[in-house]
Design a protein around this ligand. Structure first.
Ligand code: 5GP
Ligand code: MG
Ligand code: MG
Length: 180
């Protein structure tokens, strides 16, 4: 069923069940690869709040969960190059196995900025787990990008944490914008 978020219309793209099943697979894969380690999941607010909550519940190894906040879009549907950091890290990540948890990678600028900032602290390892990737739109090569939930076309999506004008984050499925 189509939904209206603020002044735009959206149609279903990825159903709730499909998201759930994919996250279970990612959680299992991460659990195997980090066995015997104590990874830190670093959620990038606000968009990843539901994804990280569901992901860490599929992880069976001991882990820590923390957050940072970045912003590159200010309310619209087109990525801006300005990245702003709003929350400083609350734990020491030096010598830690860090997994950045993102909602979506578009140009990759936001993530590239975060990766550079985190590398300064010398983590033991640094990987990225993103729910969605607009693979054709990525402008920067990131070897840290290891776990991808779904590759999607270069279109604007909302739901399951992702917003349009701060709305739509509470939708259980992921929707794409309909026409112009
Ligand atoms: P990038 O820096 O990779 O171009 O943009 C990344 C950030 O822009 C994401 O973390 C997300 O907050 C926002 N973003 C990119 N594409 C979309 C989209 O299709 N929908 C929504 N709601 N946000 C997006
Ligand atoms: Mg994000
Ligand atoms: Mg946003």
């Amino acid at each position: 069923m189509n939904v209206k978020v603020a002044d735009l219309k959206f149609e279903p793209l990825i159903e709730e069940d499909t998201i759930k099943q994919r996250i279970a697979v990612l959680g299992e894969q991460i659990s195997k690869e980090y066995e015997g380690k104590l990874p830190v999941f670093l959620g990038v607010l606000n968009g990843s709040f539901l994804f990280i909550a569901d992901l860490v519940r599929e992880v069976t190894t001991p882990c820590e969960v923390t957050f940072t906040k970045l912003a590159s879009y200010f309310g619209g549907t087109v990525s801006s190059l300005t990245v702003r950091s709003d929350i400083e890290l609350s734990i020491d990540i030096s010598n830690r196995d860090v997994i950045i948890v993102e909602d979506i990678i578009d140009s990759g600028n936001t993530l590239a900025y975060l990766i550079e900032r985190l590398k300064v602290f010398n983590p033991a390892s640094l990987k990225v787990c993103t729910l969605l990737s607009k693979t054709d739109a990525i402008e920067i090569h990131m070897p840290e990008l290891t776990y991808i939930g779904f590759e999607i076309a270069n279109e604007f999506v909302v739901g399951y944490g992702l917003d349009y004008k701060e709305q739509g984050r509470n939708l259980k499925s992921i929707y794409r914008m309909v026409g112009e």
